[in-house]
Design a protein around this ligand. Structure first.
Ligand code: BGC
Length: 493
């Protein structure tokens, strides 16, 4: 573990190997993995003592999800985890990034009752992974809050800071001897902006310019508390790392006009900086603090809608990460936008920029997924420059289609293009990227798009009771990349 870290450091200090780049070879410390999330694959929504969570509630009580699809059975990974591990060994991945379902471990959300069957499920999965030489990378929270915690306001309620910390501590205690990579939250922006702002994701609240900021404030403090608990009580003995997973597009100025350049930078700050800035620099990005305060005042609020950290909190949050997880799929162009009129408070107007896509860019099935391989390289360089050159793990990257076809050449081109841009960022720009995670191991429940959009390297037959998994051509491609640790000459045919 320690040796690995030292090696990565030495590599980035002294080694710029252009031969390796021209050879398209990944550095020896670089790890490859695939990811899933509990609600998207496990199913067994009410089995063996699992409690109800906000996604169970949303899919059963609303029509937000296409075709009324649910994750009740999903890929049935709760029963088929051994088969999943077989797929992972076929790929030859170094790690598997999966999430733990909070309500499977703590059915009420609180640690007063620990569900033995839930603990056993994850112990079995972890043991199976280790027996096959695959490292478990665990996401503590991938969007599935226990419903009883939503009843007290969910992520708008500050008491969740302590409750989340208790949950994280429970996981460190139960699984920390075997898990060395922890990610507190997956994509806090989607949790807060889509869950408490736009209402597209559970708990589907539409609180535009208020909810997302309050939610984010609670999440950031929850993250920091979990990080410190690990540092103070587990780090020495267990020797693992704790990080967070933040997502962002690359935002490219639409023109060279300084106004467009400023707008692109501001958009990055409102998206990535909202979460990463407090962790790295102690507080929200200056531009965010200024703009939300300015608009709040004009709207007639007493103070800013963006909550403020106390100086103690700033100190506590600053530096609370061992690595940063980056989910990167797409890019956008950005233009300056004149200040919008004062009206209903909104995150969009606080940001105040115009984002759009180049119509010539190829698109996946998801309406936001534009294929822009160079974008990931630009994000990586920008993070290195502005965030103290952290260790970065690409925790998600992937391509969606509708047909889930086995001959998925477009997915292969996508992964190949993005990996090539990542290699360039490592060798040419010295960005400390230590791993890549393909989203996803298999087709699964794609949130409000149900089973319509498919991201898997393995196809899943959702009509069959058995949820039969079949390798796509991209699984073969990825296996060859991992095996050869090279990008060129790998089975595109
Ligand atoms: C999420 C995944 C999701 C994927 C594709 C990410 O936003 O972490 O849960 O399935 O992107 O949309």
């Amino acid at each position: 573990m320690r040796n690995h870290t030292i090696f990565v450091l030495i590599f980035f200090l002294f080694w710029r190997n252009t031969d390796a780049l021209s050879n398209h070879t990944f550095p020896s410390f670089f790890k490859f993995g695939v990811a899933t999330a509990a609600y998207q694959v496990e199913g067994a929504w009410n089995e063996d003592g699992k409690g109800e969570n906000i996604w169970d509630r949303l899919v059963h009580n609303t029509s937000i999800v296409i075709n009324h699809d649910t994750g009740d059975v999903a890929c049935d990974s709760y029963h088929k985890y051994k088969e999943d591990v077989q797929l992972l060994t076929q790929l030859g991945v170094n790690f598997y990034r999966f999430s733990i379902s909070w309500s499977r471990i703590l059915p009420t959300g609180y640690p007063d009752q620990i569900n033995k069957a839930g603990v056993e499920y994850y112990k079995n999965l972890i043991n199976e992974l280790k027996a096959n030489n695959i490292e478990p990378f665990v996401t503590i929270y991938h969007w599935d809050l226990p419903q009883p915690l939503q009843e007290i306001g969910g992520w708008l309620n500050e008491t969740l800071v302590d409750i989340f910390a208790e949950y994280a501590k429970t996981l460190f205690t139960l699984f920390g001897d075997d898990v060395k990579y922890w990610m507190t939250f997956n994509e806090p922006r989607q949790i807060c902006y889509e869950g408490y702002g736009l209402g597209w994701k559970a708990p589907a609240m539409k609180l535009l310019g208020i909810g997302p900021y309050r939610c984010a404030h609670v999440l950031i403090k929850s993250h920091a508390k979990a990080y410190h608990i690990y540092q103070d009580n587990f780090k020495e003995k267990q020797g693992g790392k704790v990080g967070i997973v933040v997502d962002t597009d690359w935002y490219e100025p639409a023109t060279n006009n300084p106004l467009d350049r400023e707008a692109a930078e501001r958009t990055l700050q409102f998206r990535w900086g909202w979460y990463a800035h407090p962790l790295v620099h102690g507080n929200y990005p200056k531009i965010m603090i200024q703009r939300v305060a300015m608009r709040s005042k004009l709207e007639g609020f007493e103070g800013s809608r963006l909550p403020a950290f106390t100086p103690e909190e700033v100190n506590y949050i600053k530096g609370s990460y061992d690595f940063l997880g980056l989910n990167q799929y797409a890019s956008s162009l950005v233009k300056f936008k004149p200040e919008s009129e004062i009206g209903i408070p909104s995150y969009e107007n606080d940001m105040g920029t115009l984002t759009f896509r180049d119509p010539s860019w190829e698109r996946g099935a998801s309406d936001w997924l534009y294929v822009v391989p160079w974008g990931i390289g630009k994000v990586l360089k920008w993070i290195k420059k502005n965030y103290n050159s952290p260790e970065i793990i690409i925790t998600e990257n992937g391509y969606s289609d509708y047909d889930g076809a086995l001959q998925d050449d477009k997915r292969i081109n996508y992964i190949q293009g993005y990996l090539s841009s990542i290699l360039e960022a490592i060798y040419e720009d010295g960005v400390k990227v230590t791993g890549y995670t393909a989203w996803s191991l298999m087709d699964n429940f794609e949130w409000y798009s149900g089973y319509r959009e498919k991201f898997g390297l393995f196809q899943v037959d959702f009509q069959s009771k058995n949820r039969t998994r079949t390798a796509k051509k991209s699984a073969n491609f990825y296996r060859n990349v991992i095996h050869s640790r090279k990008l060129n000459n790998v089975g595109k045919s």
